[in-house]
Design a protein around this ligand. Sequence first.
Ligand code: PY5
Length: 305
Amino acid sequence: MPIPEVEKIWMDGELVDWKDATIHLLSHSLHYGSGVFEGIRAYETPRGAAVFRLTDHLERLERSGLIYHMPLPYNLEELIEATKMVIRANGLKSCYIRPIAFRGYGEMGLHPLAAPVNVAIAVWPWGAYLGEEGIEHGVKAKVSSFRRNESNSIPTAAKATGQYLNSILAKMEVIEAGYDEAVLLNMHGHVADGAGENIFVVRKGVLATPPTSSGALEGITRDSVMRIAEDFEIPCREKDLIRTDLYTADEAFFTGTAAEVVPIRTIDDRVIGEPGPITRRLQEKFFEIVKGQDQAYEHWLEYVD
Ligand code: PY5
């Protein structure tokens, strides 16, 4: 999918033209994947553009940096302001937001602490990552033959650029085989997450999702759905799942910033079917919240103006 170009990108403290947002070929992170990033969304609300859980996302960015000995050269307030500034500069009502902090030009060895840490925030309009049809009727998921990287090899708690090679392998495998999204098992055979989403199942009215110790990213959409479920008094457990827990689920869905809340229609060709009642309820509430239609969750919205 080509990226829809907008006017400006925030780079190391200033707004630059889209076409000028370039870096040197010998940037450390291009060679070794030594960057950390976030995926955030802003939605149109009755009070203007609002970024969903911006602070929580930027705090995760800071934690990702910490894991890689990469303190960010901007504090939380500065990053919040920069995010709002770049959305404003592009006049966007809703968009996807991609902050990235990476080791830049100046060091080619594997001890990169002397390289500068560059930070950029790009925004662009991005529709449903797994398609509108997927949101409505569910996607076809497949368990990949590639395992989720082990957290003592590449920490799964960080959102680092290099670790996405693992997701890319899984995603290419299942897309080329005719499916929509990959599910990754960890080294022990437990379900970790999707290529770029967390995963939930429902059985007999109880919601379950793998714990972060399985290798699942501590997703902010995952957390939001768990809190919405709590408010709906739908029981939710974090527990290890095996692949047959997916096959025998009454309902299943993915959560993620890019994907949002996406029902799973089939998994490894076992039919789960049209989105079930719990998935629908959580999905509808999620979209109401992000669009500023439920005052009870206002605290998750950070308005651009
Ligand atoms: N698990 C993985 C491996 C992810 O990459 C993501 C987010 C999630 C879970 C969900 O986390 P959250 O709910 O905090 O977004 N993936 C990115 C996103 O922006 C990149 C997708 C291409 O959704």
